[in-house]
Ligand binder design. Structure first.
Ligand code: ADP
Length: 502
């Protein structure tokens, strides 16, 4: 049976992206549609979503969104298509909430009205169904930004003729960011203060949207099996580990795929030369091009380590900061692209000044450079403290760039450690989140590069042969949707009501 699936998220490639969430929402709908499902996507129309360039059409009428104590809010809805597909995407066009340069923040400060902005997205998604006459079988929400959707579906929208019967799936891409706000958000959600409890949306006297979503979603998943296990522990649960454990029977791990349209060295238009596992000659040109772009000497005989990341503690940037001087004393080059905590911008700028011939840094977001780094580097570093899935290690393998990763979450699930005896593996892994473990493993990789060409060639071949396809991931999501629909129907039959969580 083909399903009607509504996917609601705060970002999607190619329209707006801050992290891996956008890659997932950009790729999954197209594949689900190919499998025969009727898929629609909803997200905000930020300023950067250009109506003219994307040839968006304004739907007739105005969407009315009841925002509780704030009263009704109104927005226009633009319709477009997900790239290379017929999948409709709807953009909620609310000037006051979304007409800004950033998605969530400006100058590293979260917008003060993020609670209302994303309550609006959640409620707007549900209201939109009426406007476009769409009765979804399942609504798929992502992270805290749309985590209010399962809550609303179980409460104020439980009798709604368009969404009241639908099942919900909440995908948690990151447990750290929970959408925790002033308790008064309950009056905007307008679902009744009886839900502001320890076993509801309340956490530390705040309204916690992720927690609410985790309680109310029909099913839950995260983006790797490893992280599904980790998020049930104190170290990775950010105070919600017991909620995850309570919902453990309904929690699944599905590793993300690699979007072949975007990340494929055989077709990538953003890199200097195309190449494949059969003919790697183009990769040498990509390395030269990257070195030139980063102001580094164009040396083919020195290993180059790349890193593209949000420069935050989650990504192990503090550990890298501690290890970087020792790393740069090795005979190698290092290129860093990213933005994040303000101190990192100065810190790594100073490193560039101290090691101009070895270290290249670009502070900011730059998709073209990210592709050039994937293609032009020999190794790709991800020393994450935690990593629900991680995409760059998978892109790296596809580009024959060996990942050096901390063995956590999706990094541990997707990278196979170098086995010197059997010449097996696809990268280099370390366990301890310390500067010395990081340094030792970089040293191991660099040693291998200089002294074990045979091993390098095998590892590169192994890595490039690895496939993380969206077809595989989407088939798993499809199973979850069916399971969620069945569960929701069972709940409705047995309870005759849906006020209880799940
Ligand atoms: P997260 O979502 O936690 O940031 P992921 O590894 O899941 O981490 O996804 C990060 C995505 O964002 C990757 O596609 C990566 O290439 C991209 N990315 C991160 N920082 C930058 C940047 N400064 N410039 C370009 N792309 C970036």
């Amino acid at each position: 049976m083909a399903l009607k699936i509504l996917i609601a998220a705060s970002e999607a490639v190619p329209f707006a992206k801050e992290g891996g969430l956008a890659d997932v929402v950009g790729a999954l709908p197209r594949v689900l549609a190919k499998m025969g499902h009727d898929v629609r996507v909803v997200m905000p129309r930020y300023y950067k979503v250009n109506r003219e360039k994307l040839a968006l059409t304004l739907l007739p009428g105005v969407l009315t969104v009841p925002m509780g104590i704030i009263g009704n809010q109104y927005c226009g809805v633009y319709e477009g298509r997900m790239p290379d597909s017929d999948v409709p995407i709807y953009f909620l066009d609310h000037e006051e909430y979304y007409g800004r340069s950033g998605l969530y923040e400006v100058d590293n400060q979260g917008y003060l009205d993020n609670d209302n902005r994303f309550a609006f997205l959640s409620k707007g998604t549900l209201e939109l169904c009426k406007m476009i006459n769409f009765r979804p079988d399942v609504i798929h929400a992502h992270d805290w930004h749309t985590a209010a959707i399962p809550v609303l579906m179980n409460t104020s929208y439980r009798h709604d003729p368009f969404v009241g019967e639908a099942a919900s799936l909440l995908t948690v891409h990151n447990m750290q960011h929970q959408g925790s706000f002033y308790e008064g958000l309950m009056d905007v959600l307008d679902i009744g203060w009886e839900h502001f409890t320890f076993l509801g949306l309340e956490k530390e006297n705040q309204t916690n949207l992720l927690k609410g979503g985790m309680y109310h979603a029909t099913l839950l998943n995260t983006v790797s099996e490893g992280y599904a296990r980790e998020m049930q522990t104190k170290e990775f649960g950010w105070g919600l580990e017991w909620v995850v454990r309570e919902r453990g029977a309904d929690l699944y791990g599905i590793l993300n795929g690699v979007d072949d349209h975007e990340w494929n060295p055989e077709t990538d238009p953003l890199i200097a030369a195309r190449y494949s596992a059969v003919d790697l000659s183009g990769k040498a040109l990509c390395k030269q091009d990257l070195q030139r772009n980063c102001g580094l000497p164009e040396l083919p005989d020195v290993p180059l380590i790349g890193m593209v990341s949000r420069l935050v503690k989650q990504k192990g940037i503090d550990v890298l900061a501690e290890a970087i001087y020792r790393i740069l004393d090795l005979d190698l080059q290092f290129v860093l692209l990213g933005a994040g905590e303000p101190w990192t911008h100065f810190y790594f700028g100073d490193i560039k000044a101290a090691y101009p011939r070895k270290f290249g840094v670009h502070i900011g977001y730059n998709n073209t450079l990210a592709h050039k780094i994937e293609a032009g580097s020999d190794f790709f570093l991800m020393p994450s403290a935690f990593e629900p899935c991680g995409l760059n290690q998978m892109y790296s393998m596809r580009y024959g760039t060996l990942p050096i990763v901390r063995a956590t979450g999706g990094l541990d699930d997707s990278v196979e450690n170098f086995d010197e005896a059997n010449l097996a593996g696809t990268g280099f892994k370390f366990n301890e989140l310390t500067a010395s473990a990081l340094f030792d493993t970089v040293g191991w990789a660099v040693y291998t590069w200089y002294n074990r060409r045979d091993a390098m060639e095998r590892l590169i071949k192994n890595a490039m042969e690895k496939r993380f396809t969206w077809e595989e991931a989407a088939a798993k999501y499809e199973k979850l949707y069916y399971l969620a629909v069945e569960k929701r129907m069972g709940e409705k039959r047995s309870r005759g009501r849906s006020t209880e969580p799940r």
